[in-house]
Ligand binder design. Structure first.
Ligand SMILES: Nc1ncnc2c1ncn2[C@@H]1O[C@H](COP(=O)(O)OP(=O)(O)OP(=O)(O)O)[C@@H](O)[C@H]1O
Ligand SMILES: [Mg+2]
Length: 137
């Protein structure tokens, strides 16, 4: 996934990226692209059943899917926020499930599905990779 790879090039470690989007919008596909861009060679699966998966690459990647958690306290118990200072990049699908437990300062990505099936991805500035001349696309 080319967009995810380009987003990955802007990452330095310690970022929390939330992917907010309707069911089957492409969150996992985007997470796989970020993983590829970070040089993760393991196969990134949909983490729905495992909730938290960790991968090694140029930076460590922690892929979190909160779809099946049972209330926002379960997010707190997963101790994802405690990982952030370790320098891992955290990508969270279904961040709305974490409610008030989400950390401050997340990079919030939103994917919307257009009526014709196209996807529109809204990126925060920090994830919009610079061109080689330093300008943003
Ligand atoms: N940019 C895109 N344009 C069109 N289809 C896409 C795009 N990205 C992903 N898809 C398709 O959408 C389907 C769901 O993708 P994916 O599993 O990444 O969604 P998801 O948002 O993670 O779903 P879930 O809500 O179950 O976690 C896949 O079949 C994928 O091929
Ligand atoms: Mg998914």
């Amino acid at each position: 996934m080319i967009l995810g790879e380009r987003m990955a090039s802007a990452l330095r470690g310690g970022e929390v990226i939330t992917l907010r989007a309707p069911l089957a919008a492409g969150k996992t596909v985007l997470a796989k692209g970020i993983a590829r861009g970070l040089g993760v060679t393991d196969i990134v699966t949909s983490p729905t059943y495992t909730i938290v998966s960790e991968y090694a690459g140029r930076l460590q990647l922690t892929h979190v899917d909160l779809y099946r958690i049972d209330g926002e306290e379960e997010y707190d118990q997963l101790a994802v926020n405690e990982l952030i200072d370790s320098g891992t990049v955290v990508v969270i699908e279904w961040p709305e499930r974490a409610g008030t437990y989400l950390p401050e300062g997340v990079l919030a990505v939103e994917i919307t599905i257009e009526p014709n099936g196209d996807r529109t991805v809204n990126l925060p500035g920090a994830l919009t990779p610079s061109r080689e001349d330093g300008t943003r696309p």
